[in-house]
Design a protein. Structure first.
Length: 314
C-alpha cells in the first residue's frame, strides 16, 4: 500500500534479504543476501538460485542488488548471472577510522547541543491569534501602549504586536521561565518591550504612574484561581488610562445561553486538574468589575466558543 502511494511521486524502494524481496512484486530493488553471493564462485547450487531469482525479479522489471561483492571475479560472475547493482567492499570501501572521527565528533557535538530556539509552541495560540488580532485592530485606536497579562508562550504578543504598528506592547507572565520563550518569539520587534515577571496577585503591579491604554489578558481567567480574576480587574482599574480598555479573551459561561458541550467538557477537565480552576460565569465577573469601577462595553463571539470582552471605566 505504501509503495503504491509513493511510486507516483518518484520514490523507489529496496528490500532485503532476497527471500522476502523475491516474493514482494512491489519491490523495485530486491537484494540478494551475502549468503548467496559470497559463495557464488564455489557453489553451483547458489549460482542456480541466483539465476532463477534474477529471472523472476526481472519479470517484474526489478533491478537486483547483489550484496557482499568483494572481488572483480565475483562481480563478473554475478553480472553474468543477471545481477544489476553491486554492493560491498569492492565498490564501497570503508574510510579510514582517522578520517571519520572528526565527522563523528562534530555530529555528536551537534546532536548534544541544546536547541537554540527557545520558542515553545502553543497550537491554540497559533489558531486563535489571527481572530484576536482582527478584533484588536477593530477596537484599538492607531497608537497606544498595551500591557499583556499572562502572555504564556508569547505568540499573541509576537503576532498581534506585528499587526498593530502604532502600539508598544509590554508582555508579562508570572512564571519566570516563560519570559525567555516570550522574548524569543518577540525578538526583532522593537515595539515589544522585554517581558516582565508579573503575578496579578501582587498588590501593586507598578507604581500608580504607570498607565496603559489597553490591558489584554487571554486564557488566564479560567486557568487560575478566582482570586486572579479579581486581581486582574483591580489591577486594570488601577493602571488603565481614563479612556483605556481591559480586553479579556477565553471561554465563559453566559447566563441564558446553553454552554457548548466542548466548553462543558473543558470546564470539567480543568476542575480535575485543579479544583480552583474552571470556566467563570460572565455575570459574576461583571459584578466584580462594577465593584472596581469597570463595566462590560462589548462582547464578540470568536471561533471555538470563545468570547472577546471589552471592559472600560464606568
Ligand atoms: C493558558 S495560559 C494562556 C497563555 C496565553 N495568554 C495564551 O492565550 O496563549 C495561562 C497563563 O496564565 C498565566 N498565569 C497563571 N496565573 C497567573 C498569575 N497569578 N499572574 C499572571 N499570570 C498567571 C500562566 O503562567 C500562563 O502563562
Amino acid at each position: 500500500m505504501t509503495a503504491k502511494l509513493l511510486d507516483p511521486v518518484g520514490y523507489r524502494n529496496a528490500m532485503g534479504p532476497w527471500w522476502m524481496a523475491a516474493f514482494t512484486p512491489a519491490t523495485d530493488s530486491p537484494e540478494l543476501d551475502g549468503n548467496l553471493t559470497r559463495q557464488a564462485l564455489s557453489s553451483p547450487v547458489n549460482r542456480n538460485i541466483i539465476r532463477c531469482v534474477n529471472r523472476l525479479d526481472h519479470s517484474h522489471r526489478a533491478k537486483v542488488v547483489a550484496e557482499y561483492v568483494e572481488t572483480t571475479e565475483q562481480k563478473s560472475l554475478l553480472e553474468e548471472l543477471g545481477c544489476d547493482v553491486f554492493q560491498g567492499w569492492l565498490t564501497a570501501r570503508p574510510c579510514r577510522p582517522i578520517r571519520s572521527r572528526p565527522i563523528l565528533t562534530a555530529a555528536k557535538d551537534i546532536a548534544m547541543q541544546p536547541s537554540t530556539d527557545q520558542r515553545r509552541h502553543s497550537p491554540a495560540a497559533e489558531r486563535n491569534g489571527p481572530f484576536i488580532l482582527t478584533e484588536l485592530q477593530r477596537l484599538l485606536p492607531a497608537t497606544g501602549t498595551l500591557l499583556e497579562i499572562a502572555s504564556g508562550t508569547g505568540q499573541h504578543a509576537a503576532f498581534c504586536a506585528a499587526g498593530l504598528p502604532g502600539w508598544q506592547w509590554q508582555p508579562s507572565d508570572y512564571e519566570a521561565a516563560a519570559l525567555t520563550c516570550i522574548a524569543a518569539w518577540c525578538a526583532g520587534n522593537g515595539r515589544v518591550l522585554p517581558p516582565i515577571e508579573l503575578d496579578v496577585l501582587t498588590p501593586d503591579w507598578f507604581d500608580m504612574t504607570r498607565q496603559f491604554d489597553a490591558i489584554y489578558c487571554a486564557n488566564m481567567i479560567h486557568i487560575s484561581p478566582w482570586a486572579c480574576t479579581l486581581a486582574l480587574l483591580r489591577g486594570a482599574a488601577r493602571h488603565l488610562t481614563p479612556q483605556g480598555v481591559l480586553i479579556t479573551y477565553g471561554p465563559y459561561l453566559v447566563d441564558g445561553l446553553d454552554t457548548a458541550p466542548s466548553n462543558l467538557a473543558f470546564d470539567a477537565d480543568l476542575r480535575t486538574r485543579n479544583p480552583a480552576w474552571g470556566l467563570r460565569r460572565l455575570s459574576d465577573i461583571a459584578a466584580q468589575a462594577t465593584a472596581v469601577g469597570l463595566h462590560l462595553r462589548e462582547r464578540s463571539n470568536l471561533p471555538a466558543n470563545n468570547l472577546l470582552l471589552v471592559w472600560e471605566r464606568t
